[in-house]
Write a protein that binds this ligand. Structure first.
Ligand code: ADP
Ligand code: MG
Length: 377
């Protein structure tokens, strides 16, 4: 296997903020970049050499992208298998179609984790309403029901608990009567993630874990490094690296994990691309996640993942734009803070428009600074 060197062209399926930030890192390394996205004015549009318009199941557009690329990667897991196969005919596709098949479907993903002895919370695969009717009491009455395909940021998920009126029949209807998984609602102590990179030559590197705080099932803020014990950190690193090796990952993979109140460490879900919880790697680590995915898919030596300084990020969602344009000048007055906007033109509630990042003397200090800056918006 030989490295794909600077000057070559990288194709990215998806042109959202993850594609945009990957493209900026790739440009800095001297690559040409093209993306495919349904939206011709997607966030990556303004920083790439070419943008192919095509929906996720547009196999012809995916093939066109791949034809002019030396390697193709992706920034969103929902690309149709037919498009991935079409791209793979014309260029190296990293990560592989085989890995994407497993990850795209929550049922296949959970079964794979169980079969390979990774710890996951109690769950049931749901194919019909009757399955869900039986699963809810079996899981203790409180559960998260998640569509097998297509969800992100808490979309395509319904929570059933004693505090709301949603029952199994209603949840099945709300999720469009599609296959799903029902997961026992866990008592969480903390949420962490580990981003791991693996190159085709077999080299593997995993970042120190990030600690993630969610509101309404959407990431609100995140900090690197996390505050878990050395023992939990070792366990988390082991899990992430073993998944990367056993899936023969080519690229980067974020492993989201739950630390439960009773001390258990469980895998929540896998994301085979750069991840919101590692945006702080641009500030905290010797190599950002965006440079790392470029190195990994181009089969270059992986970058140093060590921490240079603690850093945190806070997401900026569309609702911040509702009353007035956010007061960015005020946020930027906080020492150590930077602004990252994605050039999305229509703010909507829950839509990720950008983020703030901050470095600090300690992880806590970084979180405080970034939240202080956000409050000033
Ligand atoms: P998404 O694809 O939307 O990120 P996740 O499965 O990661 O979906 O769920 C989003 C968030 O919802 C999690 O990060 C966590 O905060 C909460 N959550 C999801 N499943 C559970 C669960 N079984 N128990 C407790 N909290 C959960
Ligand atoms: Mg998640």
């Amino acid at each position: 296997m030989s490295a794909i060197l600077p000057g070559s062209t990288i194709g990215i399926l998806g042109g959202g903020q993850l594609g945009r930030m990957t493209a900026m890192a790739a440009r800095s390394l001297g690559y040409r970049i093209q993306v495919m996205d349904p939206d011709p004015s997607c966030p990556a549009r303004f920083v790439v050499d070419a943008c192919f318009e095509g929906s996720w199941d547009d196999a012809r557009a995916a093939a066109d992208l791949a034809r002019g690329s030396d390697v193709v990667t992706l920034e969103i897991e929902q690309i149709a298998i037919s498009s991935l196969e079409a791209a793979a005919k014309h260029a190296q596709l990293r990560p592989s179609v085989a890995m994407m098949r497993i990850i795209q479907d929550r049922i296949l993903q959970k079964n794979w984790l169980v079969e390979h002895d990774f710890p996951v919370g109690e769950f049931r695969a749901i194919q019909a309403e009757a399955d869900l009717q039986a699963a809810v009491p079996a899981l203790g009455g409180r559960c998260f029901v998640k569509s097998a395909r297509g969800g992100y940021d808490g979309r395509s998920q319904v929570k059933i608990d004693f505090a709301n009126d949603v029952d199994a029949a209603e949840a099945w209807r709300l999720l469009g009567q599609q296959p799903a998984v029902a997961e026992k609602a866990l008592e969480l102590e903390k949420e962490i993630s580990v981003l791991v990179a693996r190159a085709p030559n077999g080299e593997v590197k995993s970042y120190p874990s990030a600690e993630n705080y969610h509101e309404n099932q959407i990431l609100a803020w995140s900090v690197i490094p996390s505050s878990v014990s050395a023992e939990v950190e070792t366990q988390a690193q082991g899990i992430a690296c073993r998944i990367a090796e056993q899936m023969k990952l080519e690229g980067v993979l974020a492993v989201e994990m739950f630390l439960t109140k009773d001390g258990g460490l469980l895998v929540n879900e896998l994301a085979p691309r750069p991840h919101n919880s590692y945006h702080a790697s641009e500030r905290a680590c010797a190599t950002s996640q965006f440079e790392q995915i470029v190195r990994a898919v181009c089969d270059l030596p992986l970058g140093d993942v060590s921490i240079v300084k603690p850093a945190a990020i806070a997401n900026l969602l569309g609702e911040l734009w509702l009353d007035h344009e956010p007061k960015f000048d005020r946020a930027l007055s906080v020492s150590g803070v930077r602004l990252h906007l994605y050039e999305k033109h229509t703010p909507r509630a829950g839509r990720k428009m950008g983020h703030l990042s901050a470095i600090g003397e300690t992880p806590k200090d970084a979180v405080q600074r970034v939240l202080q800056a956000k409050a000033l918006l």
